[in-house]
Write a protein that binds this ligand. Structure first.
Ligand SMILES: Nc1nc2c(c(=O)[nH]1)N[C@H]1C(S)=C(S)[C@@H](COP(=O)(O)O)O[C@H]1N2
Ligand SMILES: [Mo]
Length: 367
């Protein structure tokens, strides 16, 4: 369905919510469109690129409307490698601590990396004569109506004007050199590198500069880390911690823990990702619950907004070994050890240590 690989894990068919298998995600440094995770809150619109229009309101009374051809003709094309990561990535680890009814149990693959091509949002906003008010916000609205909000509402988000004007933040019409697929927001989506995926509004048709964050349900009510004892059904607008920058995270993608390993050591690996303005400095792996750590090898950086892939060879000196992985960012911050300390009612931002239990092949007796 939606042209995804057969080993894709589909959480919901309608609206379509699916993540790739760890092996598929590990296979490529840029995630192909048949592998890229997809998160949707309503029906997927089918938009004729020739009919698509974007309306920009500049916050001081003026509005301009653009067609796709006009945007492509009038602005310089830019291209950025950026990782998108859903705030619900790795929720399954939180659900294992305590159930989170009504939310999909995403594992560690609600994240993917692509080369996005389009225009810098800053160029478009400047052309619309947006004032340089550092406390302003920029709201993005899509055409898809979600019944998660009462009454149902179009999907939307907002970011600070400073982030909207910063390098990397863009309107993208292509993904890995191909026209942006319908599922991923074609003909045009917002890409906000380093921010939770929820801010990168797909099929965007309206952009508004305003004095405060968007009142859209997905900005004001959802995508917030509520206090542990809060009831998500009665949480009010503005409750909890609003999410923007992605929290430092890393996890394993291989090997497959279901296959016993017939060797005394094994190559393991995965991804690490630091959000806005931060980079990955180090990834470490432990075979003893974090008492001691070994350094993993980091793959070449793919740019300031992309994940960092990592690998390590680890010994397997017991029938079952639980591996832990943690990343450090360039401010020397690292990840919390356990999902239990992070549990929150909507199940966002599980950035606890990655964990993977591997089994030695029972027939294997040499050490
Ligand atoms: N219009 C619209 N944009 C949206 C969403 C949506 O439901 N509707 N989901 C958001 C969320 S929560 C995420 S994580 C990303 C997922 O993008 P993808 O489907 O291309 O992976 O899109 C974001 N943009
Ligand atoms: Mo998301």
């Amino acid at each position: 369905m939606w042209n995804k690989r057969a080993d894709t894990r589909v959480h919901e068919v309608d609206p379509y919510n699916a993540e790739p298998s760890p092996a598929a995600l590990a296979a490529e440094s840029l995630t192909a469109d048949d592998t890229f995770y997809s998160r949707n809150h309503g029906p997927i619109p089918d938009i004729d690129p020739a009919q698509w229009r974007l309306t920009v309101s500049n916050g001081r009374g003026a509005t301009r409307t653009f067609s796709l051809d006009e945007i492509r003709r009038d602005f310089d094309e830019i291209s950025t490698v950026a990782t998108l990561q859903c705030a619900g990535n790795r929720r399954a680890g939180l659900i294992a601590v305590r159930d989170i009814p009504g939310e999909d149990p995403w594992t560690q693959c609600a994240t993917s990396t692509a080369r996005w091509s389009g225009v810098a949002l800053a160029d478009l906003l400047r052309a619309c004569d947006v004032a340089d008010n550092s406390t302003d916000h920029v709201e993005f609205i899509g055409p898809d109506v979600s019944d998660l909000a009462t009454p149902p509402q179009r999907y939307g988000s907002s970011i600070e004007l400073s982030k909207a004007m910063s390098p990397g933040t863009m309107l993208a019409w292509a993904m890995n050199g191909q026209p942006l697929p319908r599922l991923h927001g074609g003909p045009m989506r917002v890409v906000v590198p380093g921010y939770i995926g929820a801010r990168s509004v797909k099929w965007v048709d309206s952009i508004t500069v305003r004095e405060s964050p968007s009142d859209n349900w997905f900005q004001r009510v959802a995508y917030r880390v509520l206090p542990v004892d809060a009831d998500p059904d009665t949480a009010g607008p503005g409750d909890g911690i609003s999410l923007s920058s992605v929290a430092l995270n890393c996890d394993f993608l291989y090997p497959d823990p279901a296959t016993p390993i017939d060797a005394a050591e094994v190559l393991v690996g995965g991804y690490a990702f630091a959000g806005d303005e931060r980079g990955i400095s180090r990834v470490q792996v432990s075979t003893d619950q974090g008492a001691t750590w070994m350094e993993a090898d980091l793959a070449q950086p793919q740019g300031p907004w992309a994940w960092r892939r990592w690998s390590a060879v680890v010994p397997l000196d017991a029938p079952a070994v639980e591996l832990c992985a943690r990343a450090w960012d360039d401010a020397a911050a690292t990840q919390p050890a356990s999902a239990a300390e992070l549990w929150n009612p909507k199940g966002y931002v599980n950035n606890s240590w990655g964990r993977l239990t591997l089994h030695r092949d029972r027939g294997q007796t040499t050490t």
